[in-house]
Structures are given as structure tokens and as C-alpha cells.
Design a protein around this ligand. Sequence first.
Ligand code: FE
Ligand code: FE
Length: 402
Amino acid sequence: MRIGIFGGSFNPPHLGHMHLAESVHSALNLDEVWLVPSKISPHRSMDEYAPEQQRLAMCELAASEFPWMRVEDYELKQERISYTYYTVKHFAESRPDDTFFLLVGSDMFLSFDTWYQWQEILKYVTLVGMARKEGETKNLQKFAKTLGQYGKISVINVDSFTVSSTKIRSMIRKSQNYSCYLSGKIVQYIKEQNLYAGSDKMYHIKERTAFLEQHLSRKRFQHSCNVARAAKLLAQQYGADMEKAYFAGLVHDICKELPYEEQYTLMTAGNFAPDEAELHSRKLWHGIAGAYFIQTEFGIQDEDILNAIRFHTVGRAGMSLLEEIIYIADMISDERDYKGVGKMRRLATENLQVAMLEALTDAISSVLKKGGFLPHYTIEAYNSYMLRFGKPTEQKKGSSPE
Ligand code: FE
Ligand code: FE
């Protein structure tokens, strides 16, 4: 079989891509064209890049419209971003009877001799430069001659089709009509999944901020904004979703100033299972109530966000990165000035888990001093961080209860 390898971020795959694939398919008489979505750094913002699984799903939708098109998730399955060399080597070695063509746009083609192991790549595939603009062809052909001594090179002309993923994403953000650039199925998928809308739209940051400003005291509102900012910074440092962290930080105390009666109603209405000690400690109610509130009022279904709000008061064993970020951001927000906040800020940037252990230790000893209740969540959280990050002191003989 003659197979074309068409790699790219496909973020999203658009009609320009399909047009290229169709042109090459017929020009080179290919049996199949494989879309190979590439891996992208997990730290890239959600605004710019749709998650891997969604880019893959969109490629599948695109390919479903052509009987000769397939999607290969080889690169997505790799641990990290991989070189084209390894991809073509893998394909060629796993299918020795097939002939492979590596399809690249003109920019990539002209810089091919800078690619990792480029001469080796040419042992596995025919390199195909796709000239899209008039005048490009000559340049590409000239360069093809130079490369020709190392392997098989081919240059083909494809009619220009001016559209780019960047342009489409920007149109989506501006709520402009972009449907003529994508297949209908992908348009529908983007709408359903709310892709590329931008975090502001996804979490309605502006509206939520206005809501909080209206419903919270000045002091609590300021605190919420500060926690949001601190959470975003921690997310940046530790590689979590920054927009999600900002949103969770912003709304974490959303129910804090409601009358206790209302907090109690909200707390017990959902499935957030307050424990005995939480039911006895009114100051802890707002976390559980808040999770239920944003779930029902704002339609937030993201479990991680809901848990981050629900557990920001008590912690728990097995906290996610986002849960830790919100818990700690709440401790180190700009306006905090308790004794020990300096140490907490330092720990937060050094090691988030060690900061968690310190914060839980402080929280527990302050409850013990005041004679309050300790939720089992907090005790389990303390034990789990202590086991992994604590330095237990040697127990003196006779001092431990048997
Ligand atoms: Fe709180
Ligand atoms: Fe708070």
C-alpha cells in the first residue's frame, strides 16, 4: 500500500487540511492518508490547545468523511513530545511491505535539513513538499534537488486554501462564524465541548467576579480575588490548569457569608457527605455549601473543581494537585498576615506537599487548643502527608500510650 503520513497539531483539523490530504491522495495515487496528531506540552493553555483526547476525536470525525483516511495516535501515546524520525521509523518497521510518504508544508519542507536525523528519515519515507502558494513551487523544487542525493523527494502543487487553525480559534473566541472552515461534525463537536472559547467564557470569570463583588463584603471579595491570583501562580509553577485554578480560587468562599441556616441547607442538599465533626463546626460549612452552590447555580460539573471547593476547609487524604493548590492559596493570599505566613509562602513555592503538611499540622493544633472537633478527613489528610513527607521524631520510651 502507498500511505501518506500527515502530521500536525490538528487544533482543530479544518477543511484546509482535508483539501491538502485530498490533493496529495490523488496526485500521488495513495491508498491511505494517515492523520497523525502530535503531542503538545501539557502546560500549554487550554485557551490555545484542545486536550489530546479532543484533538484525537476531531481527527476521527474528519477522517470519517473519507474512506481512505485514518487516524494514528502513535505520537499521542508517547510519554513526551517525540521526533518525526521515531514516528516514521515505527510505521515503516511495523509495515515493511508498505511505502510511506511524509507530507509536509512548504515551511517545514524548506527547513527539513535541520530536523533530527533527517537523513535517516529519508531511508524510511519519500518526503513530499506541498507548495500552497504560487511561486513557492520553484523554491521547493530547487531545494528538492539538493535533498535528492539523500533520498526520494517529491514536490506537488496544491491549490491554495487560505485558512489556518490559529485564525479559526481566534474567530471562535470572538464568537464569529467559522463554520465554513470546518466540517459540520467538527463544528458541532467544538460547540458541544466548548472548545477554544477561552477560559473567560468557559468559566465566565467576568460574570462570576461581578456576582461575588455584589454578594460578598469588600473584605471577603478582596480575599477571593487574592486567592484566585495565588492559585493561578501556583498552578503555573506546578503545571496545573491556570484558568481552572483561578476560577476555583475565586469562588472558594462563595457561601462563606450566607446565614448559617442557608449554609446548612446547601451543605446537606448535595452528595458531599459532611462528616460528624463538620456538622458540628459551622465554620466548615461554607466549603461544602459552596461546592453544591457552584454545581447547581453555575452548572460546574468538573469534579476536581467541586472537590477543591468542598475540601478547602478540611483537606483530605489523596488530594489532587488542584485541591492542594486551592487549600494552600487560601493560606498565602496577599492579604494574609498571620504569624507564620512567611514560612507558608516559602514552603508553597518549594514543595506544595510539605506546605500541606505544615498547614494541616497548624490547623489541627489550633483546633486542639480551642477544643473543637476534628473531621476525619483532616486526620486522614494529616496522616497521609505525614507518612510521605513528614519527619517523625523518635518516640521517647514510656511517652507513648500503649
Ligand atoms: Fe474558606
Ligand atoms: Fe478563604
